[in-house]
Design a protein around this ligand. Structure first.
Ligand SMILES: [Fe+2]
Length: 222
């Protein structure tokens, strides 16, 4: 069965207003919650091999770098991704592929104009690859003087990720994903541990809100 790498590097743009925050190189420094550029080490992994590797150490001690490395090495079949490529009308669809105590793997499907909230993952690590279409990924940080975990937040960086490209956020990284193109977008996400809720932020309010997550159900699909 044909396979393909699920991650690949693309470029980042930075808003002029935040030039002072522009990281050296492509990615923000540690603490900004964003993945460093890296090359995969080690052999390719099937999905069951990935599940075994993810179970080798407690997810509480798993680093973002380790998750990105393992995710970079996974080879998912086009048939598996196609079987979870289902869209919803009003918002992006979250289609579960597999879930263990250590992680979950989903295919997210985005129509034109669909976008996420500005959020962090309440302590989960995240790796994202683009399977089809173009992903707009925005990274946020607390506004000047605001402590971590509070709002309002401000935009640090925005990037476009194309098929084969990858991105991700660390346990407390704040981001927003969107399909800003006219075409459908299909992305593959790993969360470790599985994502049960988001912390939602605002660019104009100090308030944050915890929101539970659900998988897209058959009745939601178009
Ligand atoms: Fe996210």
């Amino acid at each position: 069965m044909p396979t393909q790498p699920i991650f690949h590097i693309t470029g980042v743009t930075f808003p002029r207003a935040h030039a002072a925050l522009r990281p050296a190189g492509r990615f923000a420094p540690a603490g900004r919650g964003y993945a460093r550029p890296m090359n995969a080490h080690g052999p390719h992994l099937s999905l069951d091999e990935f599940m075994i590797e993810m179970g080798r150490e407690p997810v509480s001690s798993l680093t973002h770098e380790r998750l990105m490395d393992l995710a970079h090495r996974v080879r998912l079949s086009d048939g598996l991704i196609a079987s979870r490529t289902c869209f919803a009308a009003n918002t992006y669809a979250r289609n579960l592929v597999c879930r263990t105590p250590a992680f979950e793997l989903l295919v997210l499907c985005w129509r034109q104009g669909h976008e996420s909230t500005i959020h962090d993952h309440a302590g989960s690590l995240n790796a994202i690859s683009v399977h089809g279409g173009e992903l707009t990924s925005r990274i946020f940080v607390p506004a000047a003087g605001r402590p971590a975990g509070t709002g309002p937040v401000e935009l640090l960086a925005e990037e476009r990720v194309r098929p084969g490209g990858w991105t991700g956020v660390d346990r407390h990284g704040i981001h927003q994903l969107a399909n800003t193109t006219d075409d459908d977008l299909v992305t593959v996400h790993v969360y470790a541990p599985p994502l049960t809720e988001l912390v939602v932020y605002s660019t104009d309010s100090a308030q944050t809100e915890r929101r539970p997550l659900r998988y897209t159900l058959a009745d939601d699909l178009t």
